[in-house]
Design a protein around this ligand. Structure first.
Ligand SMILES: [Zn+2]
Length: 233
């Protein structure tokens, strides 16, 4: 095969390998990023649920103190009952006692509802914490895969860059600039002749062009798309 075309084919192989490697690394990075985002959302949900529970527990303690205070008041009024002189005083104390008892009952109802909500919140927290642990495990695995891929890519990149430089040095500047331009514009700079047509754009090539590609003594481009044509037999 003509040297320049052979060099271009080698260069394309190196470039394909570089592109494939970068693509794989990007996809690993995207997986990792998505996993981290998901774990972050779960962590956020867990923090919110814990903060809600802490608020409820704080209000719960306040309720406990209120109930205790009401009970102490009832005891104090009951002691005072023993010492009252008039019926008016007696009735007033009874009303105070009833009011404190009522208040204690109301708080107890609120506390009961809070306890139920707290139990439900504990269950939710346990579930979300489990979910988070699972997600973090997945993220750790993804991070490991990404880092392994990155190390691999770094080594391979050095090797391929050196190989690429060597090829480029042997290419004539015109062939090289054609190759670079076509790769940038078409994605694929070199295509085979398939049943007399261009393997890139399917342009039906004149028999003379096909023969020239077969002879392979210079770089031939498709008249339809400009890609460099090769004869693969
Ligand atoms: Zn073409």
């Amino acid at each position: 095969m003509q040297e320049q075309v052979a060099l271009l084919l080698e260069l394309r192989q190196v470039d394909d390998r570089l592109r494939e490697m970068r693509g794989r690394l990007e996809s690993r990075a995207a997986d990792l990023q998505r996993g981290e985002k998901e774990a972050g959302a779960v962590r956020e949900a867990l923090a919110q649920e814990r903060s809600r529970l802490a608020q409820s527990e704080s209000r719960h303690r306040e309720g406990d103190r209120e109930v205790e205070y009401c009970r102490a008041s009832v005891a104090k009024f009951e002691t005072q009952l023993l010492g009252v002189k008039t019926n008016v005083e007696y009735q007033a104390l009874l009303r105070e006692i009833a009011a404190s008892q009522q208040k204690a009952r109301e708080w107890e109802e609120v506390i009961l509802a809070m306890m139920e909500a707290e139990e439900a919140a504990q269950r939710t927290i346990a579930r979300i914490a489990g979910e988070l642990q699972e997600k973090e495990g997945v993220v750790a695995e993804e991070r490991g895969r990404y880092e392994a891929e990155l190390a691999l890519v770094k080594d391979e990149q050095v090797r391929l860059d050196a190989q690429r430089q060597e090829l480029v040095a042997r290419l004539n500047p015109l062939a090289r600039s054609k190759y670079e331009r076509l790769t940038a514009n078409k994605g694929d700079a070199i295509v085979p002749v398939v049943l007399g047509s261009c393997g890139g754009c399917h342009y039906n090539l004149p028999p003379q062009t096909v023969n020239e590609v077969r002879r392979n003594d210079r770089v031939i481009q498709c008249e339809g798309c400009g890609r460099i044509l090769v004869w693969l037999g």
